[in-house]
Write a protein that binds this ligand. Structure first.
Ligand code: FAD
Ligand code: SIN
Length: 532
């Protein structure tokens, strides 16, 4: 058993920001950060390219950033949350700069600002095309200077501990569910351990891996979202899975390599297989329309031509500027035999960002007491039906700060609860065939990509639902008799997230933002969040 004052699940931008703030303020407290990967840096954060959207120059205004966010969100953003994130954003960005994050500057010392889809201003701070790598590096370096932060990597969190584990009946109507910590599989020893805390922060990231083609690394299996749902907490708006329009198209390669939207912000043009620039036929903002519109346009062009990709044309772009701003993308293209100044880059949409997630209030409190959530696993109300590009890193740091402040005001009333039973592995044996797990994961990803992609309809959703039910049944039976492994835990969580996406899409009888259903092509007059 491990006891800690504050338990943080996840070592991406959200978890690290909270941990650093808490450790600085509370030098006598222990903050334990858990991550399932073998290194703390393996997160979605590390792969962020474009940057972080923030108002930080005189020609930009909070009003403009707020308006852009609301427009992208297609009527479903919570305006109060949007206001909070945009106006508290500059201070939160200054914190990570103070901790050592570098953003590109011009010779006169001012920040360089990129532009992405849906933004009316150039306001994206970036570090070349590896912004996330730089942020993760700086936050880990900062955390390493704080001796009261303890990192435990290769710990796979299985479930959050609530009164359910003490034998009480918890239903979705229970109002006073509390989180006492987590059960986690120590992947080195193979033992399930109890980690008990006064307060727990869930910062476990998104669920892009429910799809076959995704920009998300393999860790993005929606574990935290599924855990909260299992614990009868609230999850909302999971139908809004964002597809990034331009992932590098490569047959059979997963995760897909991203070609940042900033390339289109700098002049890159989408062309169909006939070489036609097509975006002007879909939206007056052309290649810089919000992501849902561009991804749907590409999907349509691929259907018309019967191909599985379109092209991004960068051949006319300034070479020197491109090499300076996008060196990683240039190297990747060259490694695949593509010269961006001569060849069109083949691209296709790929699942990218989970807009819904664990429902939280404006201080990151979930519906389960003593449990906060921030970052991609949470649903704050900022993104509505479609996230504005580069708003997620900003949301993560603003909400990590709000979770930290709220934790400070409340944690003293809670003690660590120690009467928690050990993990019950009775009746389970070693898995005999891993194929039962790996094949189900592939099947699930195929079902989601083929039936619950960018364009949906009722028949496909119904088919997906029936097939996911079967996978659920088979996997739960396997879980009951098999010793837990990360692969089995992730499969369960992916199935739960897929169920939540499909259920949300079925309940939402309208097309809004990222949920486009040809059986209901218009907005419903009732604007509502779907809470499961
Ligand atoms: P993550 O960074 O994903 O961290 C999740 C952590 O939780 C990891 O440490 C993981 O190991 C841990 N974890 C998960 N499950 C468990 C478990 N069961 N047990 C233990 N640990 C667990 N956003 C922008 O704003 N701008 C961009 O330019 C941008 N570019 C992107 C490019 C790519 C290719 C991708 C994939 C995303 C991009 N995003 C961008 C989105 C953004 O990167 C993510 O939303 C953000 O980094 C999520 O941060 P996080 O801290 O919430 O989660
Ligand atoms: C990108 O760089 O295009 C990704 C930005 C984001 O996902 O916000």
């Amino acid at each position: 058993m491990i006891q800690t004052d504050f338990l943080v699940i996840g070592s991406g931008i959200a978890g690290l920001t909270y941990a650093v703030k808490m450790a600085q303020h509370n030098p006598d407290a222990t903050i334990t950060v858990l991550t399932k990967a073998s290194t703390e840096s393996e997160t979605n954060t590390k792969y962020a390219q474009g940057g972080i959207a923030v108002v930080n120059n005189a020609s930009d205004t909070f009003e403009a950033h707020i308006a852009d966010t609301l427009i992208a969100g297609d009527g479903l953003c919570n305006p109060e949350t949007v206001n909070i994130v945009v106006t508290e954003g500059p201070a939160a960005v200054n914190d990570i700069i103070d901790w050592g994050t570098n953003f590109d500057k011009s010779d006169d010392g001012d920040y360089l600002r990129g532009k992405e889809g849906g933004h009316s201003e150039s306001r994206i701070l970036h570090y070349k095309d590896i912004t996330g790598y730089e942020i993760e590096r700086a936050l880990l370096a900062k955390a390493a200077t704080l001796t009261n932060i303890i990192f435990l990597n290769h710990y796979f969190v299985i479930d959050i501990i609530t009164q359910h584990h003490l034998g009480y009946l918890i239903t979705k109507a229970t109002r006073d569910t509390e989180c006492y910590g987590v059960y986690a599989l120590n992947m080195r020893s193979g033992k399930v351990e109890k980690l008990l805390s006064r307060m727990t922060l869930l910062a476990s990231g998104g669920a892009g891996q429910v799809y076959r083609s995704t920009t998300n690394p393999t860790i993005a299996t929606g574990d935290g979202i599924a855990m909260v749902y299992r614990a009868k907490g609230r999850v909302e708006n999971m139908e809004f899975m964002q597809f990034h329009p331009t992932a590098l198209f490569e047959v059979g390669v997963s995760p897909s390599f991203l070609i940042t939207e900033a390339v289109r912000g700098d002049g890159g043009i989408l062309r169909n297989v006939k070489g036609e620039a097509f975006m002007e036929r879909y939206d007056s903002r052309k290649d810089l329309a919000p992501r849902d519109i561009v991804a749907r346009a590409i999907d349509n062009e691929m259907k018309i031509s019967g191909t599985d990709h379109v092209f991004l044309d960068c051949s006319h772009m300034d070479r020197e500027r491109f090499l300076e701003h996008f060196p990683n993308i240039y190297d990747k293209c060259r490694s695949k035999g593509i010269d961006p100044f001569k060849d069109y880059i083949p691209v296709a949409p790929a699942a990218h960002y989970t807009c819904g997630g664990v429902k939280v209030d404006n201080y990151g409190r979930t519906s389960i007491d003593r449990l906060y959530a921030c970052g991609e696993c949470s649903s704050t109300g900022l993104h509505g039906a479609n996230r504005l590009a580069s708003n997620s890193l900003l949301e993560a740091i603003v909400f990590a700060n709000r979770c930290y402040l709220d934790t400070l005001s409340r944690y003293e009333r809670y003690n660590i609860r120690t009467d928690i039973p050990d993990w019950n592995a009775e009746g389970t044996t070693e898995p005999k065939e891993m194929i039962l797990i790996t094949q189900s994961r592939k099947e699930l990803q195929a079902i989601m990509s083929d039936y619950v992609g960018i364009v949906r309809n009722n028949i496909r959703l119904e088919r997906a639902s029936r097939r996911i039910d079967l996978l659920h049944e088979e996997t739960e039976a396997l879980f009951d008799k098999t010793i837990i492994s990360p692969q089995l835990g992730e499969l369960r969580n992916l199935i739960t997230c897929a169920y939540l996406v499909v259920k949300g899409a079925q309940l939402r009888r309208e097309s809004r933002g990222l949920n486009y259903n040809t059986d209901y092509p218009h907005h419903s007059p009732r604007v509502e969040n779907i809470i499961l």
